[in-house]
Design a protein around this ligand. Structure first.
Ligand SMILES: Cc1cc2nc3c(=O)[nH]c(=O)nc-3n(C[C@H](O)[C@H](O)[C@H](O)COP(=O)(O)OP(=O)(O)OC[C@H]3O[C@@H](n4cnc5c(N)ncnc54)[C@H](O)[C@@H]3O)c2cc1C
Length: 541
């Protein structure tokens, strides 16, 4: 069974759904999955690509958020750590991996050794990790030995502790896929444009197919607004007098080749005011972020600015004084928007605004979710679906997502099994490893394509950890419609292997052209668009 956009659009026209979810970032995708698993008929409507906004631009951490402890956000940290452990060990072990951080402590900046040790003890207790994953404290000499590149000026010691990371876009996609597998009608590139009311309640949403241009409508008994940075735009469609409920702040990440930023460890650095910046080596590249500044522009146009690069380079220069980096060393960057709850504390610095989600209900019945952490998406969805069930007069029952693995973490359905082992063997160990890392137990579905067409069992460019067969699979079964859909969100190559991704763009476009019937002009335009975007994310003026 695969995602089929035309079928979903036909269902949008024909059915009345129990629930229509607007936005397929992680929150919308997780709600659609949970609701479909509880037996509701669900439409999941996404204006761009799945995870096309904030949910592919996070720091990729599945974490409790150590920095929230001093802010007293204990409930958030506890809940997030419980979710981290569930994802790591039960629901998404193929996508959520441990990451060990070195956290150096400097006199007069951020945490001191005592508060750090206290905080990490609480952190590990909340997570209930096994003893081998408990944090360890280090003296200054041990920190220097562990990461010689770190500044030694006023270094008093540090700690090593475990957290987790994941490919955020892929995790979002697995929620979308599971919603589909449980009967939801799912479509990307379909925008909600307006609502029609009956007796003061929303009865239908006007939608536009962003690929074909046609307009249509989706009827549902309940509508849920999970539009991330655009939640207020959707609330305005519902009630033009509604006040904004979110404050947008921008977060930028930079990617460097490991050859120019040769750190041994994942690091927790602090700026001169104690604000945390993560440095995370992933294979041949290092992800550095993030910033946190108010944003008032068009959410669709958020980009990395010169000031963002300057700030992150300054933190690196201060903490890793022997490593000289400049703008020209940035291999890629991405910028995302946090939709933080608006509070009376709006004068507070962005980093001080609570990260917990808020759930609002308007008189027309529209439910809005804003804020929250990627890590807590399942728990947020559980709360929302409990509420939807109540409003629909149904029993909420036991939430099925508490104990159900995502598709790539459970056995293939019987019909998908034949020939799996042989297909995985035939493509060789290196290719099998690439597919398993991305698709988990579903890797044989892609391997079968490569086994049938050996020319697609090769990497898309030199050193590129993706195969031609994945492009075919992404078009046939994952609703990819552009080179960017594949290189940015289906595989995350745009940040995990940015230079290899750029080199792979022509091969990706050629395979897509054959699958989707593009002419030469469209194929060239796709390569040009991706290359331009990738280069502009690299060369920040
Ligand atoms: C820089 C940064 C770093 C972060 N790091 C972490 C981290 O390391 N760990 C963590 O746990 N959390 C992190 N977060 C938070 C996390 O990324 C967000 O909480 C989460 O991604 C929000 O998901 P969402 O589904 O609400 O929004 P989004 O992912 O933005 O999804 C909203 C979707 O709604 C769609 N949409 C909008 N309007 C319409 C419409 N009219 N019709 C149809 N669809 C529409 C959009 O296209 C979009 O895809 C970070 C956030 C940022 C910005």
């Amino acid at each position: 069974m695969t995602l089929n956009r035309q079928k979903s659009l036909a269902r949008f026209r024909e059915e009345e759904f129990d629930l229509a979810v607007i936005g397929a970032g992680i929150n919308g995708a997780a709600v659609a999955r949970d609701a479909a698993m509880r037996g509701l008929s669900v439409a999941l409507i996404e204006r761009g690509d799945f995870a096309g906004a904030t949910s592919s631009r996070s720091s990729k951490l599945i974490h409790g958020g150590f920095r929230y402890l001093p802010q007293g956000q204990l409930k958030l940290v506890y809940g997030a750590l419980r979710e981290r452990e569930r994802l790591r060990h039960l629901t998404a072990p193929h996508l959520v991996h441990p990451i060990q951080f070195l956290f150096p402590v400097y006199r007069g900046r951020g945490f001191n050794r005592f508060t750090m040790a206290m905080g990490l003890t609480l952190y590990d207790l909340f997570a209930r990790v096994p003893f081998k994953e408990w944090h360890s404290t280090l003296n200054a000499a041990e920190v220097r030995e562990t990461e010689p590149a770190l500044s030694r000026d006023r270094l008093t010691g540090g700690a090593m502790y475990f957290d987790a990371w994941a490919d955020d876009a892929r995790l979002t996609f697995e929620n979308v896929l599971d919603a589909d597998l449980h009967g939801a009608a799912v479509a990307n590139y379909t925008a909600v444009e307006n609502f029609t009311m009956t007796n003061g309640r929303i009865a239908l949403a006007g939608v536009r197919d962003m690929l074909g241009g046609q307009s249509g409508e989706v009827r549902a008994r309940k509508f849920l607004n999970a539009a991330g940075p655009w939640v207020d735009e959707i609330r305005q469609m519902d009630d033009p007098l509604s006040k904004p409920c979110v404050r947008l702040t921008k977060g930028v990440h930079l990617v460097f080749a490991r050859t120019v930023l040769p750190v041994r460890e994942s690091l927790v650095l602090a700026d001169n005011r104690g604000r945390i910046v993560f440095v995370m080596p992933h294979d041949r590249y290092v992800l550095v972020g993030t910033t946190d500044t108010d944003y008032a522009g068009d959410p669709a146009s958020v980009t990395t600015g010169a000031g963002d690069v300057e700030y992150l380079l300054a933190v690196l220069a201060e903490s890793l004084p022997g490593i000289k980096l400049g703008n020209a060393d940035v291999a890629a960057s991405f910028a995302g928007l946090r939709a933080l709850i608006r509070t009376e504390k709006d004068a507070a610095a962005p980093s001080a605004v609570p990260r917990e989600e808020v759930i609002l209900e308007s008189p027309s019945g529209l439910i809005t979710v804003a804020g929250g952490k990627f890590t807590t998406h399942r728990e947020i969805a559980q709360k929302l679906v409990d509420l939807v069930m109540k409003r629909l007069g149904r029993r909420a029952g036991v939430c099925p997502t508490l104990a159900t693995p995502l598709p790539g973490a459970r056995p293939l359905d019987e019909g998908e099994q034949p020939g799996s082992a042989a297909a995985m063997r035939s493509i060789g160990a290196a290719a099998a490893e690439i597919l398993t890392a991305r698709y988990g137990t579903r890797a044989p579905i892609v391997a079968r394509i490569a086994a049938r067409r050996p020319e697609l069992a090769e990497p898309l460019s030199r050193g590129c950890p993706a195969l031609g067969a994945e492009v075919v699979h992404s078009v046939a079964s994952e609703m990819a419609h552009s080179v960017g859909d594949f290189l940015i969100r289906r595989t995350s190559l745009s940040w995990r292997s940015p230079l290899e991704a750029e080199a792979a763009a022509p091969a990706v476009a050629a395979i897509m052209a054959a699958e989707l019937g593009w002419d030469r002009a469209r194929e060239d335009a796709e390569v040009a668009r991706f290359t331009h975007e990738q280069q502009s994310r690299r060369a920040v003026a």
